[in-house]
Design a protein around this ligand. Structure first.
Ligand code: URP
Ligand code: ZN
Ligand code: ZN
Length: 465
């Protein structure tokens, strides 16, 4: 199957030019002006931007969350299909080690969840919840044989996912020796639990108390500590879902010293704020996620970080739960509301609109923060994250002028398996109209034409840091 994309304006993290692209055997094989070559299918990209497919390095499909084990509502089929609609052609999800059990067992479980279901290519980070010395060789095997070069740990959620500093350090040291990278949920969960305990005892149980019990200082403290541990252990560290100015400042300070510290932010921290927790009729529960939405002024600082390169990537932390029946479990007590929100479908449009259309970042930077940087950090570049001869033909034809209002009821913007959209009512300029995954058109004129199982598991290499 061959495909010819004609008349497009190709944007990568570093290029901006007009050319045709010829794709054969799932890869880009020729790029040039007015290519004269026969192809099984021709796509006209006139007036469209031709960009690398998005890479979302942070999703949680089919995730049992918290002590009650409520499962996130998108599985690998619905979640990756929604991602494709939005212009994302690769996701990296999280296999999660059950405490006391092997990480290899976790990997088998996550492979079973994803196999044959995905619309787009996918990889896994490994969430490590405990790791004694005897188990450490599992990290070698994950990295060398299973294509998992990133290990995530939690400084939050004591008793569920939390790893103590000794565990953090053991994993960091071995991951560093192997050339891998550690990713961190950085919040001081031990202190937060004390604050939460007192609030609940005082009868403060409505959704806004989720936010009021998780101060920015305790995110910044954990970012500082995780960077200090990683620096000492000799491993690059990537802070996931960074939400606030104080935490960003810790990353900036470390990077200025030459430490290999990287960070991701998420659309929720740029396009939503803490006022959402005060919505009537328990609607604030829709925004119960961790870290929490912050005061609006943080957004300018995060944009500055994205523009100046202090924040390298954008992920969604897509972890949706139905409002009815899942979020409502915590109606009388915010601590029982499952943490997480949807977003995998809307990330590209939100960042194009807020970034490019509103003049905060360049087109090249848009590609970098939605695709290229994640490909480099997570061992997928240059197979993914760019448009070049030899790269996988993961390509989006992007309409930079089209406007849509994001809504549960808009068939262009919502295909996620969840009964609300966190960005309901926000109008965005910039829409993925045609999406190509390894040379196959899977979204055509905003209609999904792919099938479950098109996506393949990605064995990833070492980070380029
Ligand atoms: O609230 C969130 N973020 N839920 C997903 C799990 C995590 O902390 O990343
Ligand atoms: Zn997290
Ligand atoms: Zn997450």
């Amino acid at each position: 199957m061959s495909l010819l994309i004609k008349n497009g304006r190709i944007i990568t993290a570093v290029d901006d030019y007009h050319a045709d692209i010829f794709i054969a055997n799932e890869t880009v094989t020729m790029i040039g002006e007015n290519l004269s070559v026969s192809a099984d299918k021709i796509v006209d990209a006139a007036d469209r931007l031709v960009i690398p497919g998005g890479i979302d390095p942070h999703t949680h499909f089919d995730l049992p969350f918290g002590k009650e084990g409520i499962v996130s509502s998108d599985d690998f089929e619905t979640g990756t299909r929604a991602a494709a609609y939005g212009g994302t052609t690769t996701i990296i999800d999280f296999a999660t080690q059950t405490q006391g059990r092997s990480t290899m067992e976790a990997l088998d479980i996550w492979h079973a969840k994803a196999a044959g279901k995905c619309a787009i290519d996918y990889g896994f980070h490994m969430i490590v919840t405990d790791m004694d010395d005897e188990r450490l060789p599992e990290l070698d095997r994950l990295l060398n044989e299973e294509g998992i070069s990133s290990f995530k740990m939690f400084m939050a959620y004591p008793g569920v996912l939390y790893a103590d500093d000794g565990t953090l350090f053991r994993v960091m040291r071995r991951a560093g020796e192997l050339g891998g990278i550690v990713t961190m949920h950085a919040e001081n969960g031990i202190a937060i639990d004390e604050i939460v305990k007192r609030a609940v005892l005082q009868g403060k149980k409505t959704p806004e108390w989720h936010a009021l019990t998780r101060p920015t200082r305790l995110e910044a403290e954990a970012v500082h500590r995780s960077i200090a541990l990683a620096e000492t252990a000799g491993v690059p560290v990537y802070i996931v879902h960074l939400s606030c100015a104080e935490a960003l400042q810790e990353v900036v300070t470390a990077r200025d010293r030459g430490v290999r510290a990287f960070a991701e932010t998420c659309p929720q921290y740029l396009f939503l704020d803490d006022s959402y927790y005060y919505q009537e009729n328990f609607q604030g529960a829709k925004y119960v996620m961790t870290p929490v939405l912050r005061e609006k002024w943080h957004q300018a600082e995060l944009w500055r970080g994205l523009r100046m390169g202090d924040l390298q990537t954008t992920g969604t932390d897509h972890c949706p739960f139905f409002f009815e029946g899942q979020k409502t479990i915590g109606r009388d007590d915010f601590t029982r509301i499952p943490n997480g929100a949807p977003g995998v479908e809307n990330r590209m449009s939100l960042f194009f609109n807020g970034g490019v259309a509103e003049g905060r970042i360049s087109l090249n930077r848009f590609v970098e923060i939605t695709s290229t940087a994640a490909a480099k950090l997570f061992g997928l570049f240059p197979k993914k994250g760019t448009i070049a001869v030899g790269s996988d033909a993961d390509i989006v034809l992007w309409n930079p002028d089209r406007q849509e209002t994001i809504s549960l009821n808009n068939s262009v913007t919502h295909h996620m398996n969840v009964d609300y959209n966190a960005y309901e009512g926000q109008t965005v300029q910039g829409i993925a109209e045609t999406v190509i995954s390894r040379g196959k058109v899977i979204v055509e004129d905003c209609q999904y034409v792919g099938k479950a199982g098109d996506g393949q598991y990605l064995k990833r290499g070492l980070p380029i840091v």
